[in-house]
Structures are given as structure tokens and as C-alpha cells.
Design a protein around this ligand. Structure first.
Ligand code: GLP
Length: 242
């Protein structure tokens, strides 16, 4: 695992945008796994600036989701599908037809999970998966004690994660869904390159456990230790307990 300490979130965004730009130069139709949350926003901003200036052509890139809420009505602005359309596809000029994600409104959620896992493989696998990290060390929505070999499946959110995400639902935890579909840890590990970005002091403990702690299901992000090409980009605050 390579750990890169950068001065701040903007520098992390530039660094990772540069890695994605390099990938797209080598492979214009690369499959990019993207994450939600506030942490990846500097990456998307830096990449959008490169697209706007003509330095990067992302028009042939393919995008896939890491996770999704279950049961939000179609078109809900906080569904991760809608969020990623706004934050990634539109600014990068990528057509929605190049966007893959699990169907959070499917009647048969288990079948939707299996179908998404199979679709990722059929698409040739994820070239670069961008990850954030929860304060409890979760990746995607794989909460602590998720199996390190898990595949895409339905999960129940912890109270802490629902509290953390209530800010996207008018600070009303009652509006935050209880269930989600998430790529499993095993699914995430199938990506060719994992890039985890963590910023701010609130992530320092989770980062320390991920990088220096034992490989353990109680810290899902520690599974990155198993991956042959994992890069952890942290600002100085998130690196403060390393
Ligand atoms: C959610 C997402 C994760 C993300 C995490 C942290 O749980 N499912 O993919 O990493 O939030 O969010 P933030 O970056 O806003 O701290």
C-alpha cells in the first residue's frame, strides 16, 4: 500500500485527478468507480477543470457506482445515482448511457445486487476505484464486520452512518434510508487500482487503523492491505495519527 501525504484536500484532489487523467490518456474508455460523500468533491472539481480547459477528454470514460440507497423514490435528488449525475457525469461531459449502478428501487434487491456484480465483471472490471472512508473505517457502505470477501449485497446502515449522512437529508435522520446496496469488499478488491482519499482530523483514527492496524473485518478499509495496487492519499490532518 502506498501512502501519500498531501498538505490539504485540494492538493489531494489535484493528485488523484492527475492519476485519472493519466489513466484516460492510456485508456480513454476506462471504467472509473466513483464514490459519494464530501471527500471526493475536490477530485471531481480538479478533473472538471482539466476537462473544461481541454487538457483531459473524459467523453469516452465509463462510470460506475460504489453503492446506493434502497427504497428512495426514482429521481430522488439524494439517491447516489442523482448525486453522481450532478457531481461527476455532467461536469465531465459523460453521457448517462456510460453510467452503471445498482438498482436501489428493484423489487428483488438480492437479484439486483447479483446483476450489478456480474455487470461489473462483464464490463471488463473497474480500472480505478476511488474510495472515501467512514469515521468507523467503512468503505462503500461496508460497515464494520462486513466479510472481507463479500460481494455486492444489501446492508443495513449503522446509526452512526445514518447520523453522518443526515446532513444530506435536511438534518433529519428519519429521512435517511436504513438499507443500501453496496459493492462488497471482495468486489471492491477486484478493481485494478484502489485510490482512497481521506481528509480532516475526523478520519485520522480510521486512517491509522487502515494503514497500520491489523487486517480486520472490524475496519473494512484495512482490506486495502490485501490489494496489490492500493494508494491512500491523506491530508496532514487525516495523517495525524500515523
Ligand atoms: C458514505 C459513502 C462512502 C463515503 C462515506 C464518507 O458512507 N457511502 O462511500 O466514503 O460516506 O463520506 P464523507 O466523504 O462525506 O466523509
Amino acid at each position: 500500500m502506498e501512502v501519500v501525504i498531501v498538505p490539504d484536500a485540494a492538493a489531494g484532489g489535484e493528485l488523484i485527478a492527475g492519476a485519472i487523467a493519466g489513466l484516460l490518456a492510456r485508456k480513454p474508455e476506462a471504467l472509473l468507480g466513483v464514490a459519494t460523500g464530501s471527500t471526493p468533491l475536490p477530485v471531481y472539481r480538479a478533473l472538471a477543470a482539466r476537462v473544461a480547459s481541454g487538457a483531459v477528454d473524459a467523453s469516452r470514460a465509463r462510470i460506475c457506482q460504489l453503492d446506493e440507497y434502497v427504497g428512495l423514490p426514482a429521481g430522488h435528488p439524494e439517491s447516489y445515482h442523482a448525486v453522481l449525475l450532478r457531481q461527476v457525469l455532467e461536469p465531465l461531459g459523460i453521457d448517462e448511457s456510460s453510467f452503471m449502478g445498482p438498482d436501489g428501487s428493484a423489487e428483488d434487491v438480492a437479484a439486483a445486487c447479483r446483476a450489478y456484480d456480474a455487470a461489473l465483471t462483464a464490463a471488463g472490471g473497474v480500472d480505478l476505484q476511488l474510495l472515501g472512508i467512514g469515521t468507523d473505517g467503512h468503505i462503500g457502505f461496508n460497515e464494520p464486520c462486513s466479510s472481507l470477501a463479500s460481494r455486492t449485497r444489501i446492508k443495513t446502515l449503522t446509526e452512526q452512518t445514518r447520523l453522518d449522512n443526515a446532513r444530506f437529508f435536511g438534518d433529519d435522520i428519519e429521512q435517511v434510508p436504513h438499507h443500501v446496496i453496496t459493492q462488497g469488499i471482495g468486489t471492491i478488491l477486484d478493481a485494478r487500482h484502489l485510490v482512497l482519499l481521506a481528509t480532516g482530523e475526523g478520519k485520522a483514527e480510521a486512517v491509522a487503523q487502515t494503514v497500520e492496524g491489523p487486517l480486520a473485518a472490524v475496519v473494512p478499509a484495512s482490506a486495502l492491505q490485501l490489494h496489490p495496487h492500493a494508494t491512500v492519499v491523506v491530508d496532514e490532518a487525516a495523517a495525524s495519527k500515523l
